[in-house]
Design a protein around this ligand. Structure first.
Ligand code: ADP
Ligand code: MG
Length: 251
């Protein structure tokens, strides 16, 4: 190995040869993926193609059967790894049920930074208020989640995730459960995160968002990345018949 290679910063995420089966059925069949710092990678594909399972292996909610996943060079699939410590480095937002219903907005968003990362309450709340102000929800910080719209809840969930300063943010169909009118406000916040320098792996069915906001698009089909590329090339001239078929069904 040359000196250059040893001193190069590793990508934020490196997935190598990941395989995962459930009850003998292969769901991920050799996934390779790199995400560099500040990149937004969007994973698309039909329901059941393995998108959520991929994100779960990265967050160690599922163990890989084979292959390795590195977070900034650390092999997080090593069985000796401390799962909580890995998870504290990764922010995750799912389709729904992200907030604690019995906690106010401000407590929801500051809990992890205070308890997991040891940030003082004043400091955590000051930063939370800046973000809530930015998304127009400062007036709601004492409210409970059930007083917020789905779109507001998801924006609060995203703010909660980024307040822990994750090295990687995983967003799994965060707008799929929302009224179409509320999708835009959530995706606008993801754009803000990108501008702020976050490193993001997300799944979505919002192709116009993927096309305009992604740095790289990967198409999963039956547990493999069948096609990938920069958004303009990917959407402008998809080559695999399965990709064309998938994209045409969305219109
Ligand atoms: P996607 O997110 O692309 O819709 P998933 O990763 O959720 O796909 O699921 C891929 C396949 O794996 C599906 O057939 C699903 O039923 C199956 N699967 C996912 N999780 C489990 C599990 N915990 N046990 C058994 N099968 C699962
Ligand atoms: Mg899914």
């Amino acid at each position: 190995m040359s000196g250059d290679e040893t001193t190069t910063t590793p990508p934020v995420l490196r997935v190598r040869g990941v395989h995962k089966s459930f009850d003998g059925t292969a769901v991920l069949s050799g996934i390779d993926l790199d995400i560099a710092s500040h990149q937004v990678v969007v994973a698309i594909g039909a329901s059941g193609s393995g998108k959520s399972t991929l994100l779960k292996t990265i967050n160690l909610l599922e163990r890989v059967d084979d292959g390795q996943i590195f977070l900034k060079g650390d092999d997080i699939t090593d069985p000796r790894v401390n799962v909580d410590s890995v998870r504290s480095r990764i922010g995750v937002v799912f389709q729904q049920f992200n907030l604690f219903p019995h906690l106010s907005v401000i407590d929801n968003v500051t809990l992890a930074s205070r308890k997991v990362h040891g940030v003082a309450r004043d400091e955590a709340e000051a930063e939370a208020e800046r973000w809530l102000d930015r998304i127009g929800l400062r007036a709601k910080l004492k409210d409970y989640p059930d007083r917020l719209s789905g779109g507001q809840q998801q924006r609060v969930a995203i703010v909660r995730a980024i307040l822990s300063k994750p090295e990687l943010l995983l967003l799994d169909e965060i707008t799929s459960a929302l009224d179409p009118l509320l999708v835009g406000e959530v995706l606008d916040l993801v754009r803000d995160l990108k501008t702020a320098g976050a490193t993001i792996l997300m799944t979505t069915h919002e192709m116009s968002f993927a096309r305009s906001a992604a740095d790289h698009v990967v198409f999963l089909h039956q547990g493999v990345i069948l096609e990938q590329g920069a958004p303009d090339a990917f959407f402008g001239a998809p080559t695999a018949p399965e990709t064309r078929e998938y994209l045409s069904r969305l219109h």
